[in-house]
Design a protein around this ligand. Sequence first.
Ligand code: FRU
Length: 490
Amino acid sequence: PEAVPGFPAPTEHTQKAFDPEDDFTAKWTRADARQLKAMSDPAAPSRENSLPEEYTMPTVPQDFPDMSNEEVWVWDSWTLTDGTSAQPSFKGWEVVFSLVADRKLGFDDRHTYAKLGYFFRKADVAERPADGGWTYGGLVFPDGASGAIFDDQSFSHQTEWSGSTRIFDGNKLRIFYTAVAFYRNEDGSNRKPYDPRIVQSEGRLFADENGVWMTGFRDQHDMLQADGEYYQTGAQNEFFNFRDPFTFEDPAHPGKTYMVFEGNSAFARGERACTEDDMGYAPGDPFAETADQAMDQGAHFQMANVGLAVAENAASTEWRFLPPILSANCVNDQTERPQIYIKDGKYYLFTITHRGTYAAGIDGPEGVYGFVGDGIRSDFQPVNRGSGLALGSPSNLNFPVGTPFAPHPDQHPGQFQAYSHYVMPDGLVQSFIDTIGTSDDFVRGGTLAPTVRVDIAGDAVTVDRSYGTNGLGGWADIPAGYAHDIDAAA
Ligand code: FRU
């Protein structure tokens, strides 16, 4: 893409595939990410969206129904997937897994109390109730199972964070998720760094005409801990990120199972580790900055990456780290819930991030970001004008971000309307509601947003405003529908 007047040109990326085992990490550069500001309208007034409509999630109304009948807070969610990331139903039921927490907690306290819960509803129903028609099935794991893996049982909090669920052999489930132990003092500071681990647990799924249930999940396989070589550890940075496993099979490498996950580049916190390649400017670009200039602003405290690992056994209990497939050094600190999405022979890496985790000098909305290449390890091209933004919440980059619990008075009421976008077959995107409204009138979410749809073609991802009503589909609508029903008896 051409440079926007007043802004640098984005970096050239070939999309060329490398072997998954190769030591090549694609860079989401500062030159790329500065395209976000380049596409933002500097004249957008208070409370209006400054970003292009075609990359913006339609505005979600404040009067949303709650999918859990007020039983639990709900946020990050995912479906059953098979090896191709299709979403089968099971004996005529759709099943979703969600992080849930007690509604007696404040919504912002949820992270240290999260547990994996599940919901089900009948597949192939033409007219759904407004809340999506889900039944809350309860927690997935037996009490205490996910905490048992920690040698140091003196944790202050122990919690279950995101992942993904694969279905095999009729009704066998493998849940890949993040087991986390916190070791905090009364005042919230760390007695020692928190300990996130990528874990797998196997169970069985059952259904009859009344609903769905699960058994098993007693054995928890502690599989991966950050290694300090490719993936930053707690010793390197007590605020490190290591979580959110998503497994898939790559048609180009049959017989192998891969995993992508959220990580950070393995440097000690504060190390001035960004390079000119992380900047990504073309020689002579008048709007270029040097790595030192970016780091003088503190940009090197934001060092996200997307990790890759390969399963070493058929049971997917043993894994080997490979070098990260993407880094965002001096760009952003969190590339969360990554997933690989294959369409028309192209590999899309989708990952979510926050406005508040961008590095100094870079700005962009909450939302899902996309990178396209010819394989799972590629010189990924950030989608949409080289920026990476696939679908953002309506935001005004001319005004400060605020927070979900204290929205900024000049922000668009939708800036925190949705997060944790997960891209499903046919471009459907589900997400959860965080906060809707402005400083004087806002409501907290804790349930799933309306499903929206994006068109994905080449390096363009655009909102389908003909989907649902002005682009908004059903609340908490996570249809199987695009795959097949698995009948365990068959
Ligand atoms: C995204 C996220 C995930 C994490 C979970 C914890 O919303 O930050 O990365 O697994 O929430 O609540």
